[in-house]
Ligand binder design. Structure first.
Ligand code: GLY
Length: 367
């Protein structure tokens, strides 16, 4: 088993990574100083596939466990769903010693994490990510959040998990869109700080990028977890280096918001956002033509959903201005000076953003 530490003083924790580790959930839980009562929050799709097994493993370890499913999809990341979960926790007598386990992808992790951060002023929390996005990014680092109808993740809290359990075997049940979404987050790490990882992804034969073999995949997940752990250990509250992890996200979140969180998976929107951010980096003279060409080629091979209808300039820039990273209405982006080198806090004017959106629309139209 690989054990990757996230160093945060008294709130430090481990990321455990091994194929088949899910079967050891109860035993792994018991190795930590955590209470006897567990509420597993999951989505209905994951519930059908893995809910019973999670419950069996926890009960076999002598724990009092219940499963609480929510609908799959971004619409569950809402105050309305948080409220339903509070009600269920209160009605079933979940107390301060209890632990919430998030079993699912980024949506479940963000929602369950927010509920754990706020219920009874905060109870223990464990992340059990079942998607590639969750395993390489969202389950690590303590960001939790809900969407508001005016923007993504506008409500949230930092609440670090007590441990993260990663089992790459979950990924065998992922649909292609979820693979794409996860690979976009992997590519993000490559673009912001790891040119070698970029070259490794670039060298994968076409098609392979969505179905890497188990050993290669486990190695890549571990590598991404180490990068994320080191960034979070250095800058938990996003006052500096952690901002780099938002590469592609400001535009990506805007695409998600203007399409009602229904058209794109998170990583797919981020992939479009990274393409636009790389294009802007070249426009601003930060990124040379050669790395730009490589980035465009690799992202184009992702077969992203191409329907950008309704993604008008005004709506996108308005959504970007409401982004948490904007300051005084000024849109700030992470841009690239090379593959593996990112610069944060770069201003982007409305005219160049409109040109970047125009570029995305032309790519989406296949030209
Ligand atoms: N997903 C970006 C971060 O955790 O900072």
């Amino acid at each position: 088993m690989k054990i990757i530490p996230v160093e945060l003083g008294r709130r430090s924790y481990a990321i455990y990574l091994k194929s088949g580790l899910f079967g050891e959930l109860g035993r792994l839980y018991r190795r930590h100083e955590l209470g006897e009562q567990v509420a597993v929050i999951t989505d209905r799709t994951v519930h059908k596939l893995y809910g019973a097994q999670a419950l069996r493993s926890l009960k076999a370890a002598g724990l009092r466990a219940q499963l609480i499913p929510v609908p799959a999809g971004e619409s569950s990341k809402s105050l309305a769903w948080a409220d339903r979960l509070y009600e269920r926790l209160i009605r079933t007598g979940v107390d301060r010693e209890a632990t919430i386990i998030a079993l699912g992808g980024g949506v479940v992790g963000d929602l369950a994490g927010f509920v754990a951060a706020s219920y009874l002023r905060g109870i223990a929390f464990v992340q059990l990510p079942t998607t590639l996005v969750g395993q390489v990014d969202s389950a690590i680092g303590g960001k939790t959040g809900l969407n508001h109808r005016l923007g993504k993740n506008l409500i949230g809290a930092y609440h670090q998990p007590r441990f993260v359990l990663i089992d790459p075997e979950f990924l065998t049940s992922l649909p292609p869109g979820e693979w794409r979404s996860g690979w976009a987050e992997v590519l993000k790490y490559a673009l912001i700080q790891d040119a070698e990882l970029f070259a490794q992804l670039e060298a994968l034969p076409p098609g392979k990028v969505l179905s890497a073999d188990a050993e290669l995949l486990t190695g890549i997940i571990a590598h991404c977890c180490r990068i994320k752990a080191s960034i979070v250990s250095e800058d938990e509250r996003e006052a500096g280096r952690r901002e780099l992890l938002n590469f592609g996200h400001t535009i990506g979140h805007a695409l998600e918001a203007v399409t009602g969180y229904r058209r794109f998976r998170h990583g797919e929107a981020v992939a479009w956002g990274m393409l636009a951010a790389a294009w802007l980096s070249r426009e601003q003279g930060l990124l040379a033509q050669e790395p730009w060409g490589r980035i465009e080629r690799l992202l184009s091979s992702f077969e992203l959903p191409r329907d950008l209808s309704g993604c008008e300039d005004e709506a996108l820039t308005a959504a970007m201005r409401r982004d948490k990273k904007s300051r005084g209405g000024q849109i700030r982006l992470v841009l690239l000076s090379d593959i593996g080198q990112a610069i944060r806090g770069q201003a982007a004017g409305d005219a160049e953003l409109r040109r970047a959106f125009g570029y995305l629309r032309s790519r989406a139209a296949g030209s």
